[in-house]
Design a protein around this ligand. Structure first.
Ligand code: ADP
Length: 420
């Protein structure tokens, strides 16, 4: 055994105690660090014994890879700083424990080890930081690509969805103009005006959806918290869809579940919109003659509403992406158009808006379905989880939102809140 190694072993217990006290506050942390310091010191002994500082590389690499996200995001070099601290402590312990000559001998043997360790630490840390940054870059690139895709999706959806009703309106308006000029065409005006009205309503709802999406995506969806009874919302909704259900020969089974008659706080108009979007999809993706069930249950702190249909179902892999915007599945050109026709096409915004509304209420929405099958109709079940809030989240904010909301809600032409 060399003299340097003997000296190194002499300072080991004091060195370990000193470094532990200085680096780790708290007994739990100290225990974890003790093993790592032991490992470092074992390798330091090997390096001094063999004269090869590369013995330290493995432990330095491990330390570099265990740098945390915060370490990597910060600009300072944490690993080289740690090496610096280890060297200062070593020097101090040498001075206090050994005589001058012994101290110089040991530090002489340790200096090449520490200078190698500094270099290695800087290198390893840079490598880890580079890997971290290139991951970050890949994430940014991915979100830019997603944004790009969603921009071009937006353009194609806008082109298709906005152009269709516009063409319709133009056609009816031209026919109306003709009918006013030609005696023979008289008498069809009422029907043509109905056509124009239908087209403008469709345009209006698509534009409303687009505005809602941009409010949600920019975290600007404000809620007008009011007392809400879920069973009343569901009653309003089932009345709204009554004639559609009978046109399509669908039956809606609305259960009177526990908790649905209890008052909770939420934005009734937005909650109705959310339930409407999910129910309209259940109608759209269930063939004529099918069934839809609305049920639910009370959970600790939450109300769960389920909307289950006997429709075409949704593949497992699509069950999370359908909540992204423009996420209609399949070839859009194969969709027949119409809001409630079987497989009627839409802009693919309904579920994105539904998710935004639920999340603004601190709730959650998800779907389960055995899969997509247009022959067996396995059906889908949408789950909506709403927190049971017995008072508005913030009375003052609710008042501010309510005064802002009065204008926009009147534009949306829905029932007065008292209805719910
Ligand atoms: P869309 O305007 O196309 O209805 P949504 O966001 O409401 O947009 O729905 C996105 C897609 O999710 C739909 O196009 C459809 O493919 C699928 N989907 C939604 N609800 C159902 C359901 N109940 N059954 C089967 N597929 C559904």
């Amino acid at each position: 055994m060399t003299n340097e190694l003997v000296l190194l072993q002499t300072i080991r217990p004091i060195w370990t105690h000193r470094v532990l006290q200085s680096l780790a506050r708290g007994a739990g942390l100290r225990e974890g660090l003790r093993n790592q310091l032991d490992q470092f010191f074992n390798l330091l002994e090997e390096a001094v014994e063999t004269g090869d500082p590369a013995w330290l590389d493995s432990v330095i690499e491990i330390w570099a890879t265990s740098l945390t996200q915060t370490d990597l995001e910060g600009g300072t070099s944490n690993l080289t700083r740690l090496m610096g601290e280890l060297m200062v402590h070593t020097h101090e312990v040498c001075r206090e424990t050994l005589d001058e000559a012994q101290g110089q001998t040991l530090m002489g043997a340790l200096l090449p080890c520490f200078s190698h360790a500094f270099e290695k630490a800087a290198q390893a840390e840079n490598q880890v930081k580079m890997a971290f940054l290139s991951n970050e870059l890949a994430d940014v690139r991915q979100s830019l690509e997603k944004l790009d895709r969603s921009k071009s999706d937006f353009i194609s959806v806008a082109a298709h969805e906005l152009r269709t009703p516009l063409t319709l309106i133009e056609g009816y308006a031209a026919m109306l103009e003709e009918s006013l000029e030609q005696e023979a065409a008289k008498g069809t005006e009422a029907q043509l005006i109905r056509g124009i009205h239908h087209g403008t309503r469709r345009l209006h709802s698509i534009i409303d959806d687009m505005i809602d999406v941009s409010l949600i995506d920019n975290n600007m969806l404000t809620l007008n918290h009011q007392p809400v009874w879920v069973n009343r919302l569901l009653a309003v909704l089932s009345e709204e869809v009554r004639s559609t259900l009978s046109d399509r020969n669908l039956s809606l089974n609305l259960a009177d579940f526990e908790g649905s008659n209890e008052m909770i706080f939420g934005d009734p108009e937005r909650l109705l919109q959310l339930l409407r979007n999910v129910l309209t999809n259940a109608i759209k993706f269930t063939p004529d003659g099918g069934q839809i069930w609305i049920d639910g249950r009370k959970l600790p702190g939450f109300l769960e509403i389920t909307i289950h249909d006997s429709g075409i179902g949704i593949d497992q892999e699509d069950q999370s992406t359908i909540f992204d915007k423009f996420s209609r599945l399949g070839d859009p050109s194969l969709h027949s158009s119409g809001k409630t026709k079987f497989k009627g096409g839409g802009p693919g915004l309904g579920l994105h808006i539904a998710k935004g509304i639920v999340e603004a209420h601190n709730g959650a929405i998800w779907v389960d379905s055995p899969g997509y099958d247009e022959k067996k109709f396995p059906g889908s079940t949408f789950h909506i989880l709403l927190p049971i809030q017995q008072e508005p989240p913030d009375e003052k904010m609710a008042r501010i939102f309510s005064s802002l909301h009065t204008t926009s809600s009147s534009e949306r032409k829905t029932q007065p809140y008292e209805t719910f």
